[in-house]
Design a protein around this ligand. Structure first.
Ligand SMILES: CC(C)(COP(=O)(O)OP(=O)(O)OC[C@H]1O[C@@H](n2cnc3c(N)ncnc32)[C@H](O)[C@@H]1OP(=O)(O)O)[C@@H](O)C(=O)NCCC(=O)NCCS
Length: 155
């Protein structure tokens, strides 16, 4: 699909009504997914932020989400995923850009995250947005599945 013919998306804060849909996207995205309860509990954590993405004309239709923490002078991206049928349309980039904007808003020094070494899509997205690898955690997700710790300085 050409970029100028792609649908447009917007973001809004995660609410309790979104949690079941978000957990369903999570389940199709990760081998060890967060539960509905885990997403719901983020709503009660004062330093946690979470948004969902929706097609601009269809506010109720959640197609992706991001959850991050403002901790000290860092923003830590905990979870981001896009529903399988809505990928490669710019939603992941929109979500991660929102996290970077929030890092700027709260004057964070950097944004950090962890990604599986074999997660080609995630790594390509983060590299495109200026993240670089600062640490490898060998076998973190099981034998032969390392985690990379990525950082992006906030100017
Ligand atoms: C990673 C993920 C969030 C990307 O979401 P997305 O909405 O498809 O990403 P975007 O459309 O915004 O892609 C932006 C850019 O990232 C890169 N990218 C995204 N997916 C890619 C893929 N499968 N292969 C290569 N590059 C990819 C491309 O540079 C892409 O730009 P382009 O489409 O113009 O080439 C999505 O694949 C996903 O939910 N994966 C499962 C969950 C996950 O791995 N989350 C991250 C874990 S830390």
């Amino acid at each position: 699909m050409r970029r100028d013919t792609r649908p447009s998306f917007a973001l809004r804060p995660l609410t309790r009504d979104d949690v079941a849909r978000v957990a369903a996207i999570e389940a199709e995205s990760f081998a060890t997914p967060w539960s509905e309860a885990a997403f719901a509990s983020e709503l009660d954590i004062p330093f946690s932020r979470a948004v969902v993405a929706h097609p601009i004309e269809d506010r109720a239709n959640v197609v992706g989400y991001a959850v991050w923490w403002r901790v000290s002078d860092e923003v830590h991206l905990l979870d981001v995923a896009v529903a399988a049928s809505w990928r490669r349309l710019g939603v992941g980039e929109l979500l991660v850009r929102r996290v970077l904007d929030d890092a700027r808003e709260c004057a964070a020094r950097m944004t950090t995250l962890e990604v599986a070494e074999d997660n080609r899509a995630g790594r390509a997205l983060y590299e495109r947005l200026g993240f670089s690898t600062v640490l490898t955690r060998k076998d973190y997700y099981g034998p032969g599945r390392s985690a990379l710790v990525l950082e992006r300085a906030i100017p």
